[in-house]
Structure formats: C-alpha cells, structure tokens
Ligand binder design. Structure first.
Ligand code: URA
Length: 235
C-alpha cells in the first residue's frame, strides 16, 4: 500500500492532506522519516509516526474509553461535550462510533469502533452481551433488592418484566448488576421500579472487556488483540 494511502485509511486527513504530510517530512516509518508519499509499505503491523506521535496500522479501530461524567455519547451533543472530543482527530475521522450509549452522568467503560458489523453485533439484542454495572443507591442496597432485580421488575412501556442477569449487594449502598440487554436508562429505571434510586452508575465491563484501574477517567486505549478476538467470537 502507498504510504499516503495508508495514512488516509487511518484517518490522518484527505488523500491530498496525507500526501502533503508525508512530503513535508512529518511521517516516519521504523523511526526514519519517509518523505515520498508513493513509498510502498506493508500495512500489517506497520509502526509509523505522524508529527512525533507513534501509531500502529489497524485495519479497524476498537477503542476502550473510560468515560467521565459530563460527556454525551451522541455524535451531535446538545448540552455537554461529546465523548468523541476525548479521542484524537485521526480516530474521529476514521468514523469511530460509540457501541451503545451511557447517560451523561454515567462513568466507566465505553467501547467505540469503526467496524459497523462489530458495532451491530455488540448492540444486537439477540447477542445478549453482558454489561457489568456498579450502582450506588440512595436507599439501602439489600440482598432483597438484588433478588428483586434478578426476579424482574415491570417497567413502563415494556410488555414483560425486565430482569438482571445477575445482581449482588456489594456494600450498604452499592450493587453489582449484570445486564444482557440495553434498554433506555435501564439500570436507573429498574432500580427505581424496585423502590430505590440510582445515585451513581459506573460500567465496569462490556463483554470480555474489563475497565482496569490503569485507565484514568477521560483516557482511552486500543482493545488488545485478545479482547478483540473475544468480542468477535460468536456466542
Ligand atoms: N442504564 C442506565 O440507566 N444508564 C446508563 O448509562 C447505562 C445503563
């Protein structure tokens, strides 16, 4: 693949902008500046630098973001900045989109990808991808409350009771709750329907991807090859 074409595929601008970046000496491959945009490179595993920042070629991008409170998952945010503003321009330009949504005040793990098929699979209700939430409640988080959420609660506008796949009280006011669906405000509505109230909500895991303590709020990383393989695996 031509170097300028590779940069284009990774979101570094239009074809013309990418060719100009190379010609201006802003791009390195294997630590050496390459200033001919037509240089042929082998994309698989290619490590390159753009304006001093290091990148690895990726056919698709799967991004793990630690969403802070105060950011909207919408691409056209209305009242708060978009989570997209937390990502570098190259990722935004290559069309990375949030996999589902978290409320503006919810924190934690948000996946984003430019792989439309993966996005569809991960958000499909048929796939039952498990999402793990840490919930802080206003009133006591009792084992009885956890059991009620597992047994199912009736939400307005839902034909049948909605159940948590698992739920346990983890402290006087905290629950760990696992959902395999993604209905609008589902955790908050379920907890309210069970007579309590969500004071804070944090997503710890999405499928096989777990948010570690190494990723501070507002920071992102690429999913590892292992995480990608688990996200791709058919259930
Ligand atoms: N359920 C909610 O109520 N809010 C979220 O952000 C995610 C799940």
């Amino acid at each position: 693949m031509r170097l300028a074409q590779l940069l284009f595929s990774q979101g570094f601008g239009t074809r013309r902008e990418c060719a100009a970046l190379v010609a201006a000496g802003e791009v390195s491959v294997g630590g050496r500046v390459v200033d001919d945009p037509d240089t042929e490179v082998e994309p698989a595993g290619l490590e390159f630098g753009v304006q001093g920042e290091r990148w690895t070629y990726r056919e698709r991008a799967v991004v793990v973001l630690h969403k802070p409170a105060g950011f909207e998952c919408s691409l056209q945010p209305r009242h708060h900045p978009s989570v997209m503003s937390l990502l570098p321009p190259a990722l935004r330009r290559r069309g990375v989109q949030p996999v589902g949504r978290l409320d503006v005040d919810t924190t934690g793990l948000l996946l984003l990808t430019d792989d439309g098929a993966l996005l569809h699979r991960l958000t499909s209700p048929k796939r039952h991808v498990a999402k793990v939430y840490e919930v802080t409640t206003k009133h006591a988080a009792t084992p009885a409350l956890a059991q009620r959420l597992v047994d199912g609660v009736q939400l307005v506008d839902e034909p049948r009771p909605v159940r948590a796949a698992a739920c346990e009280a983890t402290g006087p006011h905290t629950l760990r709750l696992v959902l395999t669906e993604g209905k609008y405000h589902q955790v908050k509505r379920m907890v309210a329907a069970a007579g309590n109230r969500v004071e804070a909500l944090h997503r710890r895991a999405f499928g096989a991807v777990v948010l570690g303590d190494d990723l501070a709020p507002g920071r992102w990383r690429f999913a590892t090859a292992h995480e990608e393989a688990l996200l791709d695996a058919p259930r």
